[in-house]
Design a protein around this ligand. Structure first.
Ligand code: 5GP
Length: 186
């Protein structure tokens, strides 16, 4: 496979603001390509199938795994998330910068497959602020929210393996920092 493009791994705990940062980023760099993951998670209000994720059943997820259509996948909480392989291969062959929004286990797998991938971890200013943001978002029930905060603590420990850590205190500053990194790396 030709691999002229660049893979960017974009991780960070739930509620840290990854989607908002990516929205700003794609406005400034529409040439960047966002990979749309498959997931077995239920669609949240406002999410669009085929835009935010491909929302699929566990059976369909398994079928895609069996067919070798998934580049990497991981279990996060109770759900599976994975990166469809074919589009990513195609974009890389076209020389595009491809952004994967991905949790830490998946990022680790991709780094092994693509050592040139650039891994960026978005860090909350504190766990207290993360919890406040997640509660304000109001997309999870209490059980899911607590699970996400527990996963967040583990993810933050693994952030040391990333190439860059960006603290999302001010959105504009964090977005600028990420843009500077990507302008340099891609
Ligand atoms: P959420 O349910 O909040 O949309 O996503 C939960 C976690 O799954 C987030 O950390 C998100 O970055 C991650 N995620 C989304 N898509 C993928 C994927 O394709 N692969 C992996 N490994 N993680 C993903």
């Amino acid at each position: 496979m030709s691999n002229e493009g660049k893979l960017i791994l974009f991780s960070g705990p739930s509620g840290v603001g990854k989607d908002t940062l990516l929205d700003i980023l794609f406005q400034k760099r529409p040439d960047f390509q966002k990979s749309i993951s498959i997931t077995t998670r239920e669609r949240r209000e406002g999410e669009v199938n085929g835009v935010d994720y491909y929302f699929i059943t566990p059976d369909d997820f398994e079928a895609m795994l069996d067919n070798g259509e998934v580049l990497e996948f991981a279990k996060y909480g109770k759900n599976l998330y994975g990166t469809p392989k074919k589009p990513v291969d195609g974009w890389l062959a076209e020389g595009k910068t491809v952004i994967l929004k991905i949790e830490v286990q998946g990022a680790e797998k991709i780094k092994k497959m693509y050592p040139d991938a650039v891994a960026i971890f978005v860090m909350p200013p504190s766990m207290e602020i993360l919890e406040k943001r997640l509660r304000r978002r109001g997309t999870e029930n209490e059980e899911d929210l607590v699970r996400r905060l527990t996963i967040a603590r583990d993810e933050i420990k693994k952030s040391r393996d990333y190439d860059y850590i960006v603290i999302n205190d001010s959105l504009e500053e964090a977005a600028d920092e990420i843009l500077t990194i990507l302008n340099k790396e891609s």
